[in-house]
Design a protein around this ligand. Sequence first.
Ligand SMILES: Cc1ncc(C[n+]2csc(CCOP(=O)(O)OP(=O)(O)O)c2C)c(N)n1
Ligand SMILES: [Mg+2]
Length: 579
Amino acid sequence: MSKKQTSGADALIQSLHKEGVELVFGYPGGAALHIYDAIFNQSDVDHILVRHEQGAVHAADGYARSTGKPGVALVTSGPGATNAITGLATAYMDSTPIVVISGQVKSELIGTDSFQETDMIGVSRPIVKHSFLVQKAEDIPEIVKKAFYIATTGRPGPVVIDVPKDFTDPNHTFEFNYPDEINLRSYKPAKAGDPKQIKQAVELIVKAKKPVIYSGGGVIQSDASSELTKLAKLLQFPVTNTLMGLGAFPGTDPQFLGMLGMHGTYEANMAMHNADLIIAVGARFDDRITNDPKQFALEAKKIHIDVDPASLSKIIHADVPVVGSAKDCLSALIAELNKEKLDTSKLQPWLKQVSDWRNEHGLNHSMLEKVSENGKILPQQVIQSLYKETKGEAFITSDVGQHQMFAAQYYFFDKPRQWINSGGLGTMGFGLPSAMGVQFAFPEDTVACVTGEGSIQMCIQELSTCLQYGLPIKIININNAALGMVRQWQDMQYGGRHSSSTYEDSLPDFAALAESYGHVGMKVTKFEELESAMKECISLKDKLVFLDIDVDPNEHVYPMLEAGNAMDYMHLSKDKKTW
Ligand SMILES: Cc1ncc(C[n+]2csc(CCOP(=O)(O)OP(=O)(O)O)c2C)c(N)n1
Ligand SMILES: [Mg+2]
């Protein structure tokens, strides 16, 4: 019996189905219309119509980050493709596995400045892990197979498939075969670490007196949280997570020091600065961590475990570089350590020191207990109230700014994939669409988007998507009537000159705006109203609630590293610093 004949468009959708894709987030247009018709004619793959292509890519990204499965977005050529660029860069910087399919003008028109033509491959080249320009319809199944393999293996990342319209034409059909395997000669991601390096790592570990484990997003990406926790428990070493790594080690565990870096806790940054051994796992020593790399943790030996060999010794010299997935390398390390007689008693002075640092200048985690001196709601109190009402179990997405840092500092993430934010690119506008991706993947769970009145306006059109698909996201708008993080820098470094960081009374009534989109809008201005409003917001299980909370506009995020110095140079409050 002869196999079914398909068009390129049908083959594309069937290939997605073969990859286990259930949802595609997208927005149609001319060059993608054959693909949209193919979607209409089947029921294996659902399409979610967003309101802006940036929203589609962030939604696919949020889906990928929360599930560990690749997310998929579909856009048309030209403006559709360029609108997807910020989403691609966001996924690239945080190494998330997504596949973005862009329609392209007919192959014969490429290079002629035809209507809605953009060189998507060229424009996206520096911000994708890989890209494919389809050359004939028959290649589509193999390209899809390769795209998903590349996006999800090694250091994950976004892959673009640019499809000229003629290769999806329903009048051209061929026999559909989905390959079982593909062979990519020049791409062989490393798995387990080299046993010699693992042995060297063990030698450093058993000698260490002042160790710290510094783990990042790579641990979450490789589903290595349980191995990381096992290692930390075995060794009794303190653990700090990067912004991207929060949840990889339980946030409520006493061994946890909190986040490190620019707005990391005092104890995490002090532990890093004074350590004699740093075990870096799935983290890349970026500038928000190291501050001045020349002054970074000078006394510490560094073991660096990363799946991407290009990350090793890129910024900070690795005494023991270990290339491989965090999961496999940590398992190998634990197995090797189990052969040793470990003496944790020699760590006691160090653990006491770390605990003293925490007692001295740690974050105050009981701010809900009393109203602030000026009577205004503090942003930290909003996060604590959210934590309390969601029992620490919600998925939290965030935007970018002060609210993001407060969420990272004050919500304790006990599980990986619970905290979804744009750490690398720092994309305002990420919060709401990424929450849509999470809510689609976990329809029964509470998904809250912690945002600011600045960020939410960057993708606010997605409120309409949320109504169409009944997504009951909780939007927690920490409204300080300013681009708060910009203003904080202006306060600290530009003599308080607030150049274009406030809005001159031009903000919308967010609660009314949400209502006009068909959702529930609530406004909170007084501390006494905060907890009951939060309770009501979270309890409205089937509704999107936009909770707009006026907070003290003068609050800053602390600690904050002093630029150009070592990690122990921290501002602790408006009038206290460590030097
Ligand atoms: C797309 C984009 N543009 C500009 C910035 C620079 N930026 C970082 S934080 C910030 C202010 C964010 O304001 P808001 O969302 O109200 O958060 P807040 O800091 O007030 O909590 C800006 C403009 C960015 N990160 N992303
Ligand atoms: Mg703001």
